[in-house]
Every structure is written in C-alpha cells, then in structure tokens.
Design a protein around this ligand. Structure first.
Ligand SMILES: CC(C)(COP(=O)(O)OP(=O)(O)OC[C@H]1O[C@@H](n2cnc3c(N)ncnc32)[C@H](O)[C@@H]1OP(=O)(O)O)[C@@H](O)C(=O)NCCC(=O)NCCS
Length: 151
C-alpha cells in the first residue's frame, strides 16, 4: 500500500453492517449501480467473496470476486469519490488477488467499460492484460474490455 490511506485502515470481509455504505458508494460510482438488496444478496452467495476497506470505521471502498473452480471473476469494485487516487482501489484489488490465489484460483478475469480510464489503468498496473472486447455490451452501446491475469 502506498501509505496515502491512513494507518488506521483495514481490509476486512464485507458484512451486513457495510451494505448501506457500499450501496451509497456504488450509486455515486457507476451508471448501473447495484442496489442494497443486490449487494446483500451477494454476501449470501457461496461463490462470492467481498471485502471493504475501512478507515476508522468508515467504508472508503469495496470490491468482490466470484470464485468458480480455478477462475476468479472480479464482480465489482468502487471507491468513495472523495478518497480516490489514494491507494484504496489497489489495496482492495491486492487483497482480492491474494485471497483468490489462496483459495485455488489460477486466473482472474474482469470486464470494464472501454471509457473507464481510471479502472483500466488500475487493472493494467496490477498486471491485467486485455484478452478480448465485446462491442455494445453496456446499455447496448459501450464496449466491454475483457482483461485477465494469471495468479
Ligand atoms: C477504479 C477505482 C475503483 C480506482 O480506485 P482508486 O482507489 O482511486 O485507485 P488507486 O488510488 O488505488 O489507484 C491505483 C492506480 O490505478 C491507476 N489509476 C487510478 N485512478 C486513475 C485515474 N483516474 N487516472 C489514471 N490512472 C488511475 C494509477 O496507476 C494508480 O496508481 P497511482 O495513483 O500511484 O498513479 C475508482 O476510480 C472508482 O471507484 N471508480 C468508479 C467505479 C468503477 O469504475 N469501478 C470499476 C468497475 S470495472
């Protein structure tokens, strides 16, 4: 971690008490946000593994994967707008990559909007490489860039 998040942070498994904050971050982060109900449902899925980064009790961001056999798929990740570019996303992604590997995944895949420069830069800096594209994937318009990384 870069040290721009204070010392009093922790990456911990997402629990029901985090759902409201995660949904608020999500609403401010993407054109197609997951609702509180959807986030809560993710916590109940056996294949899902979600983490939050908390700083002094406040949720600064969250991220999750679905683990199916030897493949982990990045499900979602979002950081509070006023705390972006401080290493929160990277800390969450590192925790997810580590945990996926520990749980036996051999690779992680993800899909990201072509126009999402911040997320694409984060993933590229973490070693993800573009594998393919799906035109008109989001809202029938925006291209999805598929990326992958061996673990
Ligand atoms: C993508 C997102 C999660 C990144 O979180 P973050 O906490 O701001 O990212 P970090 O501070 O850990 O950045 C790590 C690296 O990613 C890259 N990066 C992150 N944001 C960037 C930006 N706006 N422009 C260029 N590079 C960026 C940089 O390489 C950065 O390292 P550096 O700051 O040392 O240069 C955040 O921008 C976000 O919540 N976006 C909206 C939701 C979203 O797009 N989620 C992904 C869906 S696929």
């Amino acid at each position: 971690l870069t040290g721009r998040v204070s010392r009093n942070y922790a990456v911990v498994p997402m629990a029901p008490r985090h759902v409201l904050s995660a949904a608020a971050i999500e609403r401010d982060a993407t054109p197609s946000p997951w609702s509180e109900t959807q986030i809560a449902a993710e916590l109940a899925k056996p294949s899902a593994l979600f983490f939050v980064l908390e700083e002094e009790g406040a949720v600064l961001g969250f991220g999750g994967i679905w683990l199916v056999g030897a493949e982990a798929q990045l499900a979602e990740m979002a950081v509070r707008r006023d705390r972006r570019r401080q290493g929160v996303g990277r800390a969450l992604l590192d925790a997810l990559l580590r945990r996926a590997k520990e749980d036996g995944a051999r690779a992680m895949t993800l899909e990201v909007r072509e126009g999402n420069a911040a997320a694409r830069a984060l993933y590229a800096s973490a070693g993800f490489r573009e594998t393919s594209r799906r035109p008109h994937f989001y809202e029938g318009r925006e291209t999805a860039v598929l990326m992958g990384k061996n673990l």
